[in-house]
Design a protein around this ligand. Structure first.
Ligand SMILES: Cc1cc2nc3c(=O)[nH]c(=O)nc-3n(C[C@H](O)[C@H](O)[C@H](O)COP(=O)(O)OP(=O)(O)OC[C@H]3O[C@@H](n4cnc5c(N)ncnc54)[C@H](O)[C@@H]3O)c2cc1C
Ligand code: SF4
Length: 522
């Protein structure tokens, strides 16, 4: 390609695989070149699950093919290319030398780290760099900042209502459809034993994906997770089939069993759409539109559709706003001063606690857990055990197929381990074994007894929960949402408090000694 002069070099990053991404707007196929890069650094800055690597690399390769089919010149640097220098900025430098573009055009990235890299590209290449807004979200970064400005406490529900109005989703004139903004009172039931969740639609790996699987096994064999069950959609066409499958088979009871868990059934009625959404294969607008259409046609009830839309129009947009408004300091927050290294069983699944064993095992098999498995099992344990926020945050970033820092970090630091001290959630999501027992069948086959509060066979979540509340009494006892457990604690004699703290500490000490070797995350 040496000698050719390119108009614009249009850079498409790995999670920008949308035909309408702003970096491609006004593309001039006769003059412009699209640059896509597979680089070692992006594949290894955490030990990403093998399925996540395959998903991103295969989806990138398919996206490049779809652009070429439209007559677009794509300069695609494969991971194994001999000259590949292994990092984004180095590859940009090489590409500018190849194409000598008038300018570089890129859509703003999803991660602070990459934003900082892009800011160095103009100086590095002596080429103007145009960074465009990412318009694939309902709310721009500045829209969120405007909403957040001057508010003392940020609450997702308030932001969500503004988004509903602004984008006219599930609205009847100025009022919410059905008269209520939120139908959670009708949601979140225990899963009946007879319930038969639909089989997940699996997309069998095609030749491109199989080639990438071989590449990943060869170069990243030491990474977490298995490839055997890989079935994620890697093209927009397949992602649309996945959306249709969920709307037809999962949406109508999505709300009812949103918080339920069952051993051996990791997906239940969840959409499994986050990997496709976060890569850009689907747009949040079309997903919310499809759900709303199902309600309007009578195919799904309002409680299910509103609950689903709230996850995307509400939570997904809200956490992105939190990330961009509070970074870079947010990454370091540690309001509860938690310092314990991540227990090794988060990587191996080797623990007698059946809930954790099950969720971590499913994570290795599928690169997936649904929200409650993440929040109330692996997240809850990390919170109660006082795991260092950065350790558990890097774990979530590594192990899920949908994990990108802008969405993963606030969910982990803000929601799961309360490291931001309440910026995102009004109280820590701390729970004893009773919650897990109520929402799942995990406790039935567990080595521990969920009904026992103390003693060698007591469920560790029970004493860890009370020890957590005792440890953070000064900080949390004034929180109105924790008034009930603190009233209970106030009735405890001092000796009982001391005994629970000692039992929790003894358990945690054993855990560290037995399981913590090699827990460091790259
Ligand atoms: C500790 C922790 C870490 C998480 N890390 C990620 C992550 O890296 N990437 C990610 O996309 N989600 C993350 N989530 C949010 C949520 O768990 C996943 O979006 C969801 O489980 C994806 O599965 P699904 O597509 O079947 O979701 P469904 O239950 O079907 O929900 C529909 C969609 O709503 C969106 N959504 C739901 N809840 C959230 C939320 N809390 N924040 C943002 N979007 C949401 C997702 O796009 C999802 O696809 C995390 C949650 C926790 C508690
Ligand atoms: S008894 Fe406790 S550790 Fe065992 S599955 Fe239930 S909640 Fe988990």
């Amino acid at each position: 390609m040496t000698g050719k002069t390119t108009g614009a070099l249009r850079v498409i990053l790995g999670d920008q695989l949308s035909p309408d991404v702003t970096a491609l707007a006004d593309l001039e196929p006769r003059h412009d070149t699209v640059l896509m890069m597979e680089v070692q650094e992006e594949n290894t800055y955490v030990r990403h699950h093998k399925q996540k690597l395959v998903l991103v690399l295969s989806a990138m390769r398919h996206f490049a093919t779809s652009l070429r089919e439209r007559g677009v010149a794509v300069d695609y640097v494969e991971l194994d290319a001999t000259e590949n220098v292994g990092d984004l900025s180095g590859e940009i430098e090489r590409a500018v030398a190849r194409h000598r573009p008038e300018r570089i055009v890129v859509t703003e990235p999803g991660e602070w780290r990459v934003k900082a890299l892009i800011e160095g590209w103009a100086g590095l290449t002596r080429t103007p760099v145009e960074v465009r807004a990412d318009e694939r979200f309902f709310a721009s970064r500045s829209r969120f900042a405007e909403w957040a400005r001057g508010r003392r406490g940020w609450r997702m529900e308030h932001f969500y209502r503004e988004m509903r109005r602004e984008h006219a989703i599930l609205m009847e004139g100025d009022s919410p459809a059905g008269g209520e903004w939120n139908y959670d009172a009708a949601n979140r039931k225990r899963l009946p034993t007879r319930a038969m969740p639909p089989a997940r639609r699996r997309f069998a790996p095609d030749a491109v994906t199989r080639e990438v699987m071989a590449l990943v096994e060869r170069r990243f064999s030491h990474h977490f997770g298995d490839l055997a069950e890989f079935g994620w959609p890697v093209t927009r066409a397949d992602a649309l089939l996945a959306l249709d499958d969920f709307i037809t088979h999962g949406l109508d009871v999505f709300g009812d069993y949103q918080d339920a868990m069952r051993a051996g059934a990791p997906f239940l009625y969840h959409s499994l759409l986050s990997p496709a959404l976060n890569l850009g294969l689907l747009s949040p607008r079309e997903v919310c539109g499809a759900a709303e259409a199902a309600w309007r046609s009578g195919a799904a009830p309002l409680n299910a559709v509103e609950g689903f839309v709230r996850q995307i129009l509400g939570w997904r947009e809200y956490v992105r706003g939190v990330y961009w408004t509070l970074m870079p300091g947010y990454a370091e927050c540690n309001a509860l001063e938690a310092t314990r290294p991540l227990p090794e069983f988060y990587w191996t699944g080797e623990t007698a606690m059946r809930c954790l064993k099950q969720v971590i095992g499913d994570t290795a098999r599928h690169a997936y857990s649904h929200h409650i498995q993440r929040l109330m099992v692996t997240g809850n344990f990390a919170l109660l055990a006082g795991v260092a926020p950065r350790d558990i945050e890097r774990w979530y970033l590594a192990v899920y197929a949908d994990a990108y820092e802008w969405v993963e970090m606030p969910n982990t630091l803000g929601m799961a381990v309360f490291a931001d001290g309440g910026q995102m959630a009004s109280k820590p999501y701390a729970a004893s074994g009773a919650y897990i027992d109520r929402m799942s069948d995990f406790c039935k086959g567990c080595a521990y007894d969920v009904k026992h509060k103390t003693g060698p066979d007591a469920c560790p979540f029970n004493y860890l929960y009370w020890a957590f509340l005792i440890r953070h009494k000064d900080r949390l006892s004034g929180n109105p949402r924790l008034a009930m457990p603190y009233r209970t604690l106030a009735r405890w004699p001092r000796e009982r408090e001391l005994a629970v703290v000692a039992e929790a500490q003894a358990f945690l000490d054993t855990l560290d000694v037995k399981t913590n070797a090699g827990a460091s995350i790259p």
